[in-house]
Design a protein around this ligand. Structure first.
Ligand code: OGA
Ligand code: NI
Length: 378
């Protein structure tokens, strides 16, 4: 299998060499590694001491991320709705993460996408490698955000596709196997898009802004889907499923596979807090773009994924962000003498380019937008 992998890498390099001088070295496919059951974890996956997950720390249930009842926001009476808006404001301000229950997306659709994603990852490697993620790019099957031969690798296989606007799609990467994959991704993405648009309306309300502000600002929003498959790992204490990062999006919607191990963790008050899956709920988080637009009132919180000794894990993630030509910067309503402007202006396209050409490294990517004042401690 290692040979196949190298061939595929080699052919990618051949195709992309003129435009992509990035040398990423040999990248083992983690599912194939798992099948081979090596007695030791290859060095490239073994994290430095400071990065290793300390798995023993599980926090009391008090530290669970908040949940928001979407149907109370949309269909609740005035009191319920106002109460839920308050909860949403707290969730955005104190956590940057929440789980949405009663989100209105058909449970059968959640089940279908999960089933198809799993079936895709279970295809033979040769089949998946028909859709390779070229070094330095973020669509297709493989490992994203790898830019050097010595960079540590995540214990994860990814499959990612650009969804909207259509021009970001690479039709060659849309798989023919498993059957119905593409149609289901399309329907699912449309539903998630509506949910993002609705959530952004309520988020605007929590900020005292008019409900349509984001919709009007974003233009034809950019949307991408990424499926992450984390096989079990014999040494979960040494590896990371996904390196710590914040998302570049405005909002991210994450579906955790049923029966998956607990793996997503968010960095809060200097601790990694696990996100306990709630059946049929979707995990929402604030991305860098909303942090900038709200001048840091709502933060894009750093998160990572860890692996499990026996259980695998699947997540399906949708990123929702403004159109690339949209100029971003703190909204004037959120800047005053007590809250001086913390971020400069730039287009979302510039930020996206910066984001996808750097490795995941906590919140470092957002340095791009920060105004560095001498008195600032952040
Ligand atoms: C992501 C992400 C976490 C997970 O894809 O950006 O944070 O649990 N995924 O898969
Ligand atoms: Ni993320």
């Amino acid at each position: 299998m290692a040979v196949c992998n190298q061939e595929a890498n080699f052919s990618c390099k051949k195709i992309f060499l003129p435009t992509s001088p990035i040398k990423v070295g040999h990248i083992d496919d983690v599912q194939e590694l798992r099948k081979a059951k090596p007695t030791t974890i290859p060095e490239r996956f073994v994290r430095d001491m400071t990065e290793r997950p300390t798995l023993a720390i599980t926090l009391p249930s008090l530290s669970e991320i908040p949940s928001i009842n979407f149907s109370s926001l949309v269909n609740g009476n005035k009191d319920d709705c106002q109460n839920e808006i308050l909860q949403l404001a707290r969730a955005c301000e104190d956590w940057g993460f929440f789980q949405v229950i009663n989100h209105g997306i058909d449970l059968s659709l959640l089940e279908s996408i999960e089933e198809l994603a799993k079936n895709f990852f279970m295809l033979p490697l040769e089949e998946k490698q028909k859709y390779p993620m070229a070094p330095g790019t973020v669509q297709g099957y493989g490992q994203a955000f790898v830019f050097s031969e010595d960079q540590k690798l995540d214990w994860c296989n990814m499959f990612a596709l650009g969804i909207e606007p259509h021009y970001i799609r690479n039709p060659k990467l849309w798989p023919i196997q498993p059957p119905k994959f593409c149609e289901t991704v399309e329907v699912y993405s449309r539903e998630v898009r509506k949910l993002c648009q609705n959530l952004l309306k309520y988020i605007a309300i929590t900020l005292g802004l008019k409900a349509d502000i984001f919709e009007e600002m974003f233009g034809v929003a950019v949307q991408a889907i990424r499926m992450n498959y984390y096989p079990p790992c014999s040494r979960p204490d040494l590896v990371l499923g996904l390196s710590p990062h914040s998302d570049g999006s405005a909002l991210t919607v994450l579906q955790q596979g049923k029966g998956s191990s607990v793996g997503l963790q968010i960095f809060k008050d200097n601790k990694w807090v696990p996100v306990q899956p709630i059946p049929n709920a979707l995990v929402i988080n604030i991305g860098d773009t909303l942090e900038v637009l709200t001048n840091g009132k709502y933060k894009s919180v750093e998160h990572r994924a860890v692996t499990h000794k026996e259980k695998d894990r699947l997540s399906i993630v949708n990123f929702y962000a403004p159109s690339y030509e949209i100029e971003l910067g703190p909204m004037p309503e959120l800047v005053d003498e007590n809250n001086p402007c913390k971020y400069r202006r730039y287009t979302h396209g510039e930020y996206n380019k910066h984001y996808v050409t750097n490795k995941l490294q906590g919140k470092k990517t957002l340095e791009f937008a920060k105004i560095k004042s001498k008195t600032s401690t952040e």
